[in-house]
Design a protein around this ligand. Sequence first.
Ligand code: NAP
Length: 266
Amino acid sequence: MTIKVAIAGARGRMGQEAVHTIMKDQNMELVSVLDYKEIGETLADTKLFPQTFTVPIFMDLTELSSKTKPDVLVDLTSPESVYQHTREALELGIRPVVGTTGFSDEELKELSAYSAEHGIGCIIAPNFAIGAVLMMKFAEQAAKYLPDIEIIEMHHDQKLDAPSGTAMKTASLIADHRKTHNQGHPKEKETIAGARGANYDGMRIHSVRLPGLVAHQQVLLGGDGQLLTIRHDSFNRGSFMSGVALSINKVMELENLVYGLENIID
Ligand code: NAP
């Protein structure tokens, strides 16, 4: 069965990659695009895509739905619009696959209840990079045996938040299996504030910001006479696309909302 897909945010950096990923996939058809600016009638009019990309653009999700009948809406827009898009898609019976971050806990609870009540699958994935999700899972497992851990996350110097969401998520998954304890010497003293990094449950997180980097993370797990290093690198936005494709396929089998790619990979 061919999965009919619509995209919101197709002009963006992630959206453009997603358009190409879906166009190339034999099991998917890109049937329409949702935008909020008048940018033309088809993707080709945006000048961002080849002239052969004649996928129609809509500014209203209800009209998009009735004219092109997508099974899935991929949202790669902004925190301001993502909740509205997701809610409307569910109400129209379209399964949302959402990469945009910015939901409140309440919004997530509400969407989750709606999705389960109406049996419509929904995936919200703050990190589509499968390698990054595996890194978190492996670190979570390893923490049971090697509970002294430091996380080093490295990103481009335009990133505003530190530590990264992925580092926080990694630490929180590890914390579920690791007995809280402070690491390092009990009497250790920082000569320069921050030298030992941020303290999460006694684990340390270090944030590196440099031009040239994209998104990278190492989890260092130390034991007597040994060190285990689990590392993931995203070199470009292509790293997120296998997760987008996986989610489009998986959401067709779901009848509830799943938050986080780690919950759909075995
Ligand atoms: P971006 O380049 O700014 O792209 C966002 C696009 O969405 C822009 O073209 C924007 O148009 C458009 N847009 C904004 N509001 C819209 C609306 N109401 N309807 C339709 N289109 C709308 O950002 P990006 O780097 O592609 O990232 C997009 C989102 O994905 C961000 O929230 C980012 O944090 C998230 N992200 C997620 C992952 C993941 O793995 N889950 C990875 C990277 C990024 P204008 O520019 O004209 O406003």
